[in-house]
Design a protein around this ligand. Structure first.
Ligand code: NI
Length: 182
């Protein structure tokens, strides 16, 4: 397994890739795809973050990894709990609630920027998992936020695209400034 470089919005070439629309994975879930997802997960844990789309490591295909820390049997905030990775390939939203919820989002491609985004509070999704099986699942709470944020990445949309132009420009400026200082 290896850690990949995460593309960020302060770099024009990276931003052009992040704006691409991801293609569906063809031919099912192969060992090569699982190896990519293992790398993505390691990259996400190292960052650290709770969700990552393949386009964020420069591979614009419909692949998402996630770990919300909702470990079965572990207390909230239990650092000794086991990891609970989720692997989501070719996701579709089957249903979204009329009820909306707001959450302060961040993104590994927009480091150190956080802002409120409003999205449907619950969604029902269908996707392929690590084994290549089709899964239908209802999501609410943080899972609903995260899956919609990551599925935006597959459409070339970043969470800052949901903000006002002023806030979006300010966000990119602050990432550029931080990159120069580093
Ligand atoms: Ni993101």
């Amino acid at each position: 397994m290896s850690i990949r470089r995460i593309l960020t919005v302060d770099n024009a070439a990276d931003l052009a890739v992040l704006k691409q629309v991801s293609a569906p994975v063809e031919g099912g879930v192969t060992d090569a795809l699982r190896a990519l997802m293992d790398d993505m997960l390691e990259t996400m844990y190292a960052a650290p973050g709770i969700g990552l789309a393949a386009v964020q490591v420069g591979d614009p295909r419909q692949i998402i990894v996630m770990d919300l820390g909702d470990r079965a049997g572990a207390e909230e905030g239990d650092e000794t709990g086991q990891r609970n990775p989720r692997y989501i390939i070719n996701p579709e939203i089957l249903w979204a609630s009329d009820e909306m919820a707001s959450y302060e989002e961040g993104c590994l491609s927009v480091p150190e920027v956080f802002d409120d985004v409003e999205r449907p509070a619950q969604v029902k999704i269908r996707y392929l998992n690590y084994a290549g099986d089709t899964v239908e699942q209802e999501a609410d709470g943080l899972f609903a936020v995260c899956i919609q944020h990551e599925m935006d990445h597959l459409k070339g949309v970043l969470f800052i695209d949901h903000l006002s132009r002023l806030k979006r420009e300010r966000a990119i400026k602050s990432v550029k400034k931080a990159a120069r200082a580093a």
